[in-house]
Design a protein around this ligand. Structure first.
Ligand SMILES: Cc1cc2nc3c(=O)[nH]c(=O)nc-3n(C[C@H](O)[C@H](O)[C@H](O)COP(=O)(O)OP(=O)(O)OC[C@H]3O[C@@H](n4cnc5c(N)ncnc54)[C@H](O)[C@@H]3O)c2cc1C
Length: 455
């Protein structure tokens, strides 16, 4: 994908300052079908969160998604309390979504339960929801607030000025595009463009923002199964995967999860992480098959009970693509490499980046000079860094330790039974630590994240 330069006179003028309250559609002047205050590419958690928050702040936003709503998405579907906190901020109705009370961790001969603690900033429960449903709900939630959602349209290239500022996108509709009057390749323009297109980050890549190979990268595979334990209240993590009886057979690479997601289903997957974006040469399908032959029969994870395909995808971690804002283009979620190196979680971070991007964009729109707007937009990477920078630096150290199987084995065998240590590890791994205040464990993590340079 290459970017197309357009003449400077095509640079869209910045929007008028947004009204403080969301404007009803009847209050607004007639809008152009192809211009907006902000264009968001990708209606995953990051894009839909941004679009919802932007629309709520009174901004005119076009949200473009290449797939149709309800498409399948390769994910573990797990929502920690940190993700639930963002869902609360979005104001989405989660009635009927599968809830869980904590983590069950199995490894090193131990089987321990770590309930999610109730804290000032986090609820005492997590959730899980198949991504086909979660992403549909989030996109519809954005549209309900006034975001103009277009599905069935693929963004093919950024539009840039000769000076390299991104001022729009070229997009190609499919036969199933959901937008009146768009039936051929069309250019859309806006003063701010958001790449929320996931790990492929097509706009960012076209603008030369390549991934940093020195940052960690994960790979994971997952499948859905019907299971009699689909209403289990715990998210189960298996820190050791065996190809026979536990403890007396061969240890397989990676860690596994079995998470009840509702609808009578569990999401089963395994992943591994390396401190650099090098290929691991692991045959994940073979490892998955070997693991499945040895999971406890009570789960009934048989081929007959498998629903849909076994699929894999990459997890871009620890801010492996930057800058998160420059030249009119913001990167959110996986496009900005925001998956946690501690646990492979990316939904909470995607939702959070959408919120921070929207707040920044609304501030920028209220500035009256170009320089003022740029200063305001620069607050987005600064906010990400303040929230996650030191934490992700620690995460990179964590990955470089646990990628050595002998270190992982030592931690599993000797660390798991230590209650206080595991309380710390659970908070650290699930991003469930208070940024301000909290207990002695929160204070300790705050101190650690301040001692290291922000990622
Ligand atoms: C196997 C696996 C298990 C995982 N398990 C978990 C988990 O349990 N919990 C968790 O929090 N995270 C998990 N993750 C990570 C999580 O899936 C991602 O971090 C998350 O999806 C990032 O959201 P996003 O909105 O940034 O990107 P995405 O969810 O990838 O959304 C990007 C959207 O952009 C659209 N798009 C892409 N390109 C274009 C284009 N050119 N034009 C128009 N639209 C476009 C795509 O169709 C997609 O809908 C897992 C990942 C994997 C691979």
């Amino acid at each position: 994908m290459s970017n197309r330069a357009v003449q400077p006179d095509a640079v869209p003028t910045p929007p008028n300052p947004p009204s403080p309250a969301p404007a009803s559609t009847s209050d607004r002047p007639a809008r152009s079908a192809t211009t907006a205050d902000v264009i968001v590419v990708g209606a995953g958690p990051a894009g839909s969160s941004a679009a919802r928050h932007l629309a709520t702040l009174g901004m005119d936003v076009i949200l473009m998604e290449k797939q149709e709503l309800g498409r399948d998405k390769v994910c573990g579907d797990g929502l920690t309390p940190s993700a639930v906190r963002e869902l609360v901020r979005l104001g989405i109705d989660t009635t009927g979504w599968q809830r869980n009370t904590g983590l069950r961790v199995i490894g090193g001969g131990h089987r321990l339960h770590f309930p999610w603690p109730e804290q000032a900033s986090f609820p005492s429960y997590g959730m899980a929801r198949p991504r086909a449903l979660l992403d549909r709900d989030l996109a519809e939630h954005a549209a309900a607030a006034g975001a103009r959602l277009i599905t069935g349209i693929t963004v093919t290239a950024p539009l840039t000025t000769p000076g390299g500022r991104v001022i729009g996108v070229s997009a190609k509709p499919s036969a199933r595009v959901t937008y009146p009057g768009i039936d051929r390749p069309t250019d859309f323009t806006a003063p701010l463009i958001i790449d929320a297109g996931g790990v492929s980050a097509r706009l960012a890549t076209a603008m030369g923002r390549t991934k940093d190979e020195r940052r960690p990268m994960g790979v994971a595979v997952r499948a859905y199964y019907r299971s009699p334990r689909a209403d289990d209240a715990w998210m189960e993590s298996q820190l050791e995967l065996w190809d026979g009886p536990a403890g007396s057979s061969t240890l397989l690479p990676g860690y596994g999860w079995i998470w009840p997601v509702g609808e009578g289903l569990v999401n089963v997957g395994l992943g591994s992480v390396s401190s650099r974006a090098a290929t691991t040469r692991i045959d994940y399908r073979a490892v998955f098959a070997a693991w499945m032959r040895n999971v406890p029969a009570s789960w009934q994870l048989t081929e007959d009970n498998r629903v849909g395909r076994l699929a894999s995808a990459a997890l871009p971690m620890a801010f492996n693509r930057k800058p998160h804002y420059a030249d009119g283009l913001m990167l959110l979620g996986d496009a900005g490499g925001m998956v946690s190196p501690f646990n492979g979680e990316g939904i909470a971070q995607a939702l959070m980046s959408g919120r921070l991007a929207a707040e920044t964009a609304a501030q920028a729109a209220s500035r009256t000079s170009r320089a003022g707007r740029e200063r305001a937009l620069a607050q987005y990477p600064a906010a990400l860094k303040a929230e996650m920078g030191g934490y992700y630096t620690l995460g990179r150290v964590f990955v470089s330790l646990i990628e050595h199987p002998e270190v992982m084995r030592l931690c599993t065998r000797h660390g798991l039974p230590r209650k206080h240590l595991m309380k710390l590890v659970t908070k650290l791994l699930s991003d469930g630590w208070e940024r301000r205040g909290g207990d002695s464990i929160d204070h300790f993590i705050q101190l650690l994240t301040r001692m290291v340079p922000a990622a």
